[in-house]
Design a protein around this ligand. Structure first.
Ligand SMILES: Cc1cc2nc3c(=O)[nH]c(=O)nc-3n(C[C@H](O)[C@H](O)[C@H](O)COP(=O)(O)OP(=O)(O)OC[C@H]3O[C@@H](n4cnc5c(N)ncnc54)[C@H](O)[C@@H]3O)c2cc1C
Length: 437
């Protein structure tokens, strides 16, 4: 009788948890362990996936992600595990290009009927009781309204699916992973934790989000295997989010609002978002500045990584980054938003590739080592299906198109065409030090 399969998945964000959930359903007898620095039900986590709310939409001009997102959304809409977390409030997307028309075309090509349309600006401004009437429409060509998109209560959903995976037999270990166990034949046999513990498995999958390049760089140095390094394949980027508590009167108007987007061309900036209020009445925005935190991780080796604090210093948000959120607020609500007080700010770290495509791939430097991450600022919505594709990758069953797009080694376009590419440096966004007289 053959030994049951064993899997160690490092990182319990959407990539890792979805993989664990799909694996344990396919192989109920397998040993599947999620390892993460944070407990799955901790009050604060560093995962990009751990958040109050995330947009869930299939509004992509890229037909591959449009199709994947529709597949995921069908699960959000119908599966009792996922359904409670999805809110079909629609999206309101201010387009400065033909984006909206391309999305509609993709739905048509995929044979999907849905309540989506592009609306002239003057007409759109009056929709939803004029909620976005005071937004910045400079250079906006038209507005895409898709009533079938919406948002998910991200942290609650992540917890629920992790719990379900554990009920099915997945183990969850809280540990900081510091190294990889690679034997002389280049087989990856397991991981080591910073507390000195070794965990072994036939398959080691890194779903470590923004920390991935640093982890691989440290492992490359420790094992003397340069090829483990991610090089310029993955860049850690931070984005600020901010939340304001709405007063009684505003909350009535905003409760059923669609997710707002401001889309810009790459030379102007990344898209901005405003998400509907959470159950404790907090409206959320993400900012315009996507930044690296370039640091010397080893003598002479520089790369971007989240700050070294165990919580990635995610709650330490500078005045400049708070201003970034004020800018987002004004872009959606003009003067009306000025009276809301921002109560909470967080820096969210994600792993980016130049094209925005994920990496779901074997790592060529060691047999049994895999990478499944790089959400590139849009990975959450695929949570229900990511694991299905990671399992296909493990079994060499991905379609050639997906295997090519998500490969470790692939053509990487110039990031100048990617509006979401991290362009700023965290160091330049620090507050000035006050002179001490
Ligand atoms: C501000 C912001 C807004 C976003 N909004 C949306 C949105 O509206 N819709 C959408 O679809 N997507 C959105 N995204 C993108 C999405 O959140 C991410 O792409 C996705 O969550 C990434 O998932 P992940 O599993 O790769 O990484 P993460 O969720 O970051 O998980 C990585 C995990 O690895 C663990 N880890 C790392 N290193 C180690 C180690 N050495 N040892 C142990 N554990 C380790 C971490 O603790 C963490 O739990 C947004 C991202 C940001 C930053």
């Amino acid at each position: 009788m053959s030994r049951p399969k064993s899997y160690l998945i490092v990182g319990a964000g959407v990539f890792g948890v979805s993989t664990a959930y799909h694996l344990i359903q396919k192989y109920p007898g397998a040993s599947v362990t999620l390892v993460d620095r944070d407990a799955f039900d901790a009050d604060s986590r560093v995962a990009a996936s751990w958040d109050w709310n995330k947009a869930v939409r299939a509004d992509y001009d890229d037909i591959v992600y449009c199709q994947l997102a529709l597949e995921a959304q069908d699960i959000f809409n119908n599966d009792p595990l996922w359904k409670p977390y999805f809110h079909e409030t629609g999206v309101y997307w201010m387009c400065r290009s033909d984006y909206g028309r391309k999305v509609i075309d993709n739905y048509r090509k995929l044979g999907r009927k849905a309540a989506l349309e592009v609306v002239p600006v003057e007409e759109a401004r009056k929709r939803y009781g004029g909620l976005f009437g005071d937004a910045d429409y400079t250079d906006v060509k038209e507005v895409l309204i898709n009533k079938t998109s919406g948002w998910a209560a991200a942290g609650d959903c992540l917890r629920a699916v992790t719990r379900k995976a554990m009920d099915l037999g997945v183990k969850y270990e809280v540990a900081d992973v510091a190294g990889l166990e690679i034997d002389a034949q280049s087989n990856c046999r397991g991981i080591t934790t910073s507390a000195g513990k070794t965990l072994r498995a036939d398959h080691v999958i890194l779903s470590t989000g923004a920390y991935t390049p640093k982890l691989l760089e440290l492992c490359a140095a420790k094992t003397g295997r340069d090829k483990l390094s991610a090089g310029d394949r993955i860049v850690a980027g931070g984005i600020t989010t901010g939340m304001a508590k709405l007063d009684e009167e505003s909350v009535k108007r905003f409760t059923d609002m669609p997710v707002g987007f401001q889309g810009y061309p790459a030379d102007v900036g990344p898209f901005l978002g405003s998400l509907p209020p959470t159950k404790d009445r907090q409206l959320k925005w993400w900012g315009w500045t996507i930044f690296k935190n370039t640091q010397e991780v080893l003598p002479g080796r520089y790369l971007s990584a989240p700050p070294a604090e165990p919580d990635y210093a995610q709650w330490k948000v500078t005045g400049k980054l708070k201003e970034d959120i004020n800018h987002a607020n004004r872009s959606f609500y003009g003067k009306r938003g000025a009276k809301w007080t921002m109560e909470k700010h967080r820096i969210c770290w994600d792993a980016f590739t130049t094209s925005g495509d994920f990496i779901i791939s074997p790592h060529p430097a060691a047999k049994g080592l895999y990478v499944a991450t790089c959400g590139s600022f849009h990975g959450f919505k695929f949570f229900p299906v990511l694991g299905k594709y990671v399992v296909q990758m493990l079994e060499e069953a991905l379609t050639p198109e997906l295997a090519g797009r998500w490969a470790w080694d692939r053509e990487r376009p110039d990031p100048k065409y990617n509006p979401e590419w991290p362009r700023a440096e965290m160091d330049d966004l620090r507050d000035p030090i006050q002179a001490k007289l």
